[in-house]
Each structure stands twice: as C-alpha cells, then as structure tokens.
Ligand binder design. Structure first.
Ligand code: KIV
Length: 280
C-alpha cells in the first residue's frame, strides 16, 4: 500500500472512513504496524514512560524523539509518521519551534509533527506551517501541562471547560494545522469538534464519532503496566506472554533442556572424528 497523504486523510473524513492511528517507538513495532495496515503512526513523547520508564513526558528530549522517529521511519517506510515535539522544544520561541520541527523532517524523515496546546500555541503552529511542515494539534488533556491541569484528568466535562476545548480546536485549525488530536474529552464534545472542524479530528479517549482513533501501542498490546487510562482497550497481554516465555526459558536452562540438539552447530563432515581423536 502506498503511503497515505494528509489530503487522503481529509478525504477519509469526508467519506466517513475511519483513520487508524497508533503510537510506535521502535523498528520492529513499526514493521508490525505497517503490516497490520495502520494509516498513521505517532512517535509520541509517551516513549518517556513506555520505553525509558520515566514517570511522565517532561524529561524527554529532542534527541530521544529523533532517534526513535528514525527507527520507526525505517520500520514503516510506507506509513504516515508523525514526530511528537517534546516539552520545551517549541514553547519558548517561534524560532525554536520551527527549528525543532524541521529537525524531525530532516533527521528522521517524518511526515508531520504534533504539538500540544490550543490558543496559546497557535503562533507556534502558524510559524511551523509557514515553514512548509504539516502539523497535528493536540488539545484536551495535554500531558506536558498536566501540572497546570491538576494531573492527567479528562477535560471538557463542564460547559465552561468544553467551551475552552472548542476555542482551542478552532484556534488550532485557524493557525493552519491540518489535523488535530483530542485527548480525554467526553464523546459529545469529540463529536461536536469533529463535525465542526474541516480538518480530521483524531481521538484518544474522545469517543467513537471522531474521524479516527489513536491508542498508545504499549497500552493496546498490554506491555505498559504502571497504569491504564479509562480509554484503553487491551488487545493482548504482551507482559503476560513475555513473562511466561521468560519463566519457561529460565526453567529450561536450569534443567539443561536448552539448548537442545537442534539449537547446536554440528561439526563439518569428517571433522568430528578428527576432533575426537585430538581432544577426547
Ligand atoms: O506522546 C503520546 O503518545 C501522545 C499521546 C498521549 C496522545 O501525545
């Protein structure tokens, strides 16, 4: 399948065909995702928790995001890949925002970048778009500012809060973003925003009526164990499968059941006799 473009994502919104979206942080998982037919992959700064074991996304650096984006790009050459701009890679100035967005394209070959925030990052979105880069906005629960939000809490659950999320959505579209991600908002609000905006509105915990769905791959495959947000559906139990496999390996090694004959190299024809004559 050829790589989809942002224009095709807009066409999918128009026809009601759902966009499928997962995070990915490494080469093998990106290969699996491409083989499974995912439309888009996000190299999220959630890699801080899912790959490095940090308690949040704040410590994640541009260099880490670039290295993981490069690996995902190699694993999924025909899938639309989005690099996630980490904390302090875009907040402090427009120049820094454009430079760092550009690094994702030049060094990792991604197709777009994502940044968190609505009204307050509209100038950064505009500056990056003006540099010719496709931007995905990210509003609702924005983990990089979870301190201000009082934790990883759903947003838009009161009329006042919902109005703020709608204002953010409009600001992101107005600033030129070509897609938007809504995180952890009630489905009524997700539906309203998806219906109101002309750009595709993707959901992670924003209900089924958005234009597509994102999950964090480590949640979706049951690999990340620290906590599980309400919006996650686990499709398999990688932690259980891998731990059981490791336990079996430990037991095989201890009992000398591994390696078996089929796991061993054999001496070339005629060499065993010569070897035995010399060493046995
Ligand atoms: O980093 C990430 O994976 C994200 C999701 C939580 C939306 O931004």
């Amino acid at each position: 399948m050829p790589k989809k473009t942002v224009h095709e994502f807009v066409a999918m919104k128009t026809t009601g065909e759902k966009i499928t979206f997962l995070t990915s942080y490494d080469y093998p998982t990106a290969q699996f995702a491409e083989a499974a037919g995912l439309d888009m992959l996000l190299v999220g700064d959630s890699l801080g928790m899912c790959v490095y074991g940090y308690s949040g996304t704040i410590p994640v650096t541009m260099d880490q995001c670039i290295v993981h984006s490069e690996a995902v790009r190699r694993g999924a050459p025909n899938t639309f890949v989005i690099g996630d701009m980490p904390f302090m890679s875009y907040q402090s100035s427009l120049e820094k925002a454009v430079e760092n967005a550009g690094r994702f394209l030049k060094e990792a070959g991604v197709d777009a970048v994502k940044l968190e925030g609505g009204v307050r990052v509209a100038p950064q979105i505009r500056a990056i778009v003006d540099a010719g880069i496709v931007v995905m906005g990210h509003i609702g629960l924005t983990p990089q500012s979870s301190g201000q939000l009082g934790g990883h809490k759903a947003q838009g659950r009161t009329l006042e809060s919902a109005r703020g999320v709608v204002a953010d959505a409009l600001a992101v579209q107005e600033a030129g973003a070509q897609m938007i991600l809504l995180e952890a908002v009630p489905p009524e609000l997700g539906e309203y925003i998806a219906r109101t905006l002309t750009i595709p509105a993707l959901s992670i915990g924003a209900g089924v009526d958005c234009d597509g769905q994102l999950l964090i791959v480590s949640d979706m495959i049951g690999q990340f164990q620290a906590f599980t947000p309400k919006f996650v559906k686990k499709y398999c139990d990688v932690a259980g499968i891998v731990t059981d496999a490791m336990k079996e390996y430990v037991s095989d090694v201890r009992a000398s059941r591994f390696p078996a004959a089929e796991n061993c190299y054999r001496m070339l024809d005629g060499e065993k006799e010569r070897f035995d004559a010399e060493f046995k």
